[in-house]
Each structure stands twice: as structure tokens, then as C-alpha cells.
Design a protein around this ligand. Structure first.
Ligand SMILES: Cc1cc2nc3c(=O)[nH]c(=O)nc-3n(C[C@H](O)[C@H](O)[C@H](O)COP(=O)(O)OP(=O)(O)OC[C@H]3O[C@@H](n4cnc5c(N)ncnc54)[C@H](O)[C@@H]3O)c2cc1C
Length: 306
């Protein structure tokens, strides 16, 4: 007979790890299944807005969170969930490592993934000049010319990080002004090698075996093409919920899981927390994700007790 866990937390980012810490302290028997320990924050070079944790690399920050959760003895399974079904009152989770888990309750904390531009050359040149992670791949473009697409916090932070490594950084944004936090925009305005190109889209990425240049939808300095060695795409994100299609959770127009103030979803037994939800007024940060993880677990505790 298969063991039925009280709770399976799906995702090992800030929401999932905070939830695990609270679940351990509430004495809820649980497991965490998450492909990347620490989640998206591992991708940032520097996090400095989480109270009490100053000037840390994203990697160190994530490791600390992972170690804190593990301190309570939880098992964190490093793999992805491929699908979920609900039969009677039990969730059945199929893992990519061929394991199957059964649970009375689940917490979906799977965050988001980078939005693709879906333009010519993007797929073909991925890993050959095109990247979605400046912190991971920026080093390969030391002293070279790179572009960053986007205008939010991630794009601004990537452009700044690259400005310390690269000869030149073009920050290409379709809007008329950056929507990143003033903290980032101020830093960018002081950076000598970041050039911002507003009101412009990249429409094609060109190069045979490696990125050579990009095609813009309008002229910049009398040219519709810009030469560069690397292009970092920071064009927003989409929620990671494909694996949960089988349980038909209610989502908003953009596909984020709708949650109530206690992080319950439209399906009994399923909670959701962090960037994958429509919660916290859409403010996607470590602090909001962790808070939702904690709120969800308190609600799960009460539900399991009943
Ligand atoms: C470059 C960058 C810089 C950032 N800088 C800051 C900052 O300075 N301050 C700040 O507060 N926030 C920052 N953020 C935002 C912050 O990282 C997110 O808001 C936060 O990580 C969201 O946490 P989460 O747990 O909801 O999701 P995530 O961190 O996305 O974690 C999701 C987890 O789910 C796992 N997962 C996904 N799909 C599956 C599946 N099918 N099966 C199993 N596991 C799965 C992932 O591997 C991961 O473990 C930054 C984000 C980026 C990308």
C-alpha cells in the first residue's frame, strides 16, 4: 500500500522552502519536490532587499534557505513533477524520476519561467549567444558587446551586472521608460557603458553558428541592425503550471493560480503560494513568496486537523 503523505510541497524556491520550515514547525509530515533548490533567486548575482540579509549573492542566499529547511529533517527531492491527478481525496503526483507520490494536500509553489520572445533566431542561437540568465552566462561575454531585452527589475539588474563584465551593454526596451525600481534606474543612469534604446523591439536574431547581430524594428543611429556577441532576454515571465493541468485549477487571465487570502485555491486540498499565484497584488519578490508559503501552511495545518 502506497504511503499517503500529509503534504507535498511542489517547488523549492522561497515560497516552498518557507512553507517547509513552517510545516516542520507545525509538525506536518511532508516532502518537498523541487527541481532547483532556492528557485529563481539562484539566478541573481546580488540580493540586497531581504531584511537582515545584506549584500548576498543569489546562490549563497538560496543555500542558506535550503540549509534552514533541511535543518528540520525534511526530504527535498531534486526533480520535477510531470503531472498531478486527484482520485477520490488523494493527489497522485508523477515525478520525472519515475517515482509516484500520494498526498492528502499539496502546495503548488513552482514560480515562473522566462518568457520567450518567439522571434526568428531565438531558438537556433540559444546557448550560442542567446541566454535567459545573465548571472549564469554573463562571464562568457567578458569584454564583449551584449544586449539585454526588457525594462523591468530583472532586465535592469542584468544590464548592471553585465556592465561590470562587458565592454558595452545595450538595454533594449519596447517602452518609453524603464519600469524597474528607481534603485536600479538610478544605478543604470550612472553606468557609463550601458546604452538604453527605448521604444524598440528586436525582431530577429542573426548569426550562423553564433550570434552576430540583431534586427531592430526601427533605426537606431541610422541602422536597423546592432552588432553584438551576446543577447540576454529578460522579457518577463509566465507561471509554471503545465504539470497541474490535470487538476484544473482556476487561474487569472495571465495563467496565474487564483488564491484566497489563506492561499487556498479553487480545488479542495490544493494550496498555492509565491510567484505562481495571483496573490500579493502581483508583487513577485522573495519576501512576498515566503509570506504566502507561511500563510498557506498555517491554513493547511488547520485543514488537516479538521
Ligand atoms: C534575475 C532575478 C533577480 C531577482 N532579484 C530579486 C531581488 O533582488 N529581491 C527579491 O525579493 N526578489 C528578486 N527576484 C524575484 C524572486 O526570485 C522571486 O520572486 C522568488 O524567487 C519567487 O519565489 P517562488 O518560490 O514563488 O518561485 P521560484 O523562486 O521560481 O521557485 C520555484 C521552484 O519550483 C521549482 N519547479 C518549477 N516547476 C516545477 C515542477 N514541475 N516540479 C517541481 N519543481 C518545480 C523550481 O525548480 C523552484 O525550485 C529576482 C528574480 C530574478 C529572476
Amino acid at each position: 500500500m502506497e504511503k499517503i503523505h500529509d503534504l507535498i510541497i511542489i517547488g523549492a524556491g522561497p515560497a516552498g522552502l518557507a512553507a517547509s520550515i513552517y510545516a516542520s514547525r507545525y509538525g506536518i509530515e511532508h516532502k518537498v519536490v523541487g527541481s532547483i533548490l532556492g528557485g529563481q533567486i539562484t539566478e541573481t548575482h546580488d540580493i540586497d532587499n531581504y531584511p537582515g540579509m545584506e549584500n548576498m549573492t543569489g546562490f549563497d542566499f538560496s543555500q542558506k534557505w535550503g540549509a534552514h529547511a533541511k535543518k528540520y529533517g525534511v526530504e527535498i527531492v531534486s526533480t520535477t513533477i510531470d503531472s498531478i491527478m486527484k482520485k477520490k481525496e488523494v493527489f497522485i503526483l508523477a515525478l520525472a524520476n519515475q517515482e509516484t507520490l500520494h498526498a492528502r494536500t499539496i502546495l503548488l509553489a513552482t514560480g515562473t519561467k522566462r518568457r520567450k520572445l518567439a522571434i526568428a533566431g531565438e531558438k537556433h542561437l540559444l546557448g550560442m549567444g542567446v541566454s535567459y540568465c545573465a548571472t549564469c552566462d554573463g562571464f562568457f561575454y567578458k569584454n564583449k558587446i551584449v544586449g539585454v531585452i526588457g525594462g523591468g527589475d530583472s532586465a535592469a539588474s542584468a544590464a548592471l551586472y553585465l556592465s561590470n563584465l562587458c565592454e558595452k551593454v545595450y538595454l533594449i526596451y519596447r517602452g518609453a521608460e524603464l519600469k524597474a525600481e528607481p534603485y536600479w534606474t538610478k544605478k543604470i543612469s550612472h553606468s557609463e557603458n550601458v546604452e538604453i534604446i527605448f521604444n524598440t523591439n528586436v525582431v530577429e536574431i542573426l548569426g550562423r553558428d553564433k550570434l552576430e547581430r540583431v534586427e531592430l524594428d526601427k533605426e537606431y543611429k541610422n541602422n536597423c541592425q546592432l552588432e553584438m556577441d551576446g543577447l540576454f532576454i529578460e522579457a518577463g515571465s509566465v507561471p509554471n503550471i503545465e504539470y497541474a493541468r490535470g487538476i484544473k485549477l482556476e487561474t487569472d487571465k495571465k495563467g496565474y493560480i487564483k488564491i484566497n487570502p489563506d492561499c487556498t485555491t479553487s480545488l479542495t486540498g490544493a494550496w498555492a503560494a509565491g510567484d505562481v499565484t495571483d496573490g500579493s497584488d502581483g508583487f513577485q519578490q522573495v519576501i512576498t513568496a515566503a509570506a504566502e508559503g507561511a500563510i498557506a501552511v498555517r491554513s493547511i495545518f488547520r485543514w488537516l486537523k479538521e
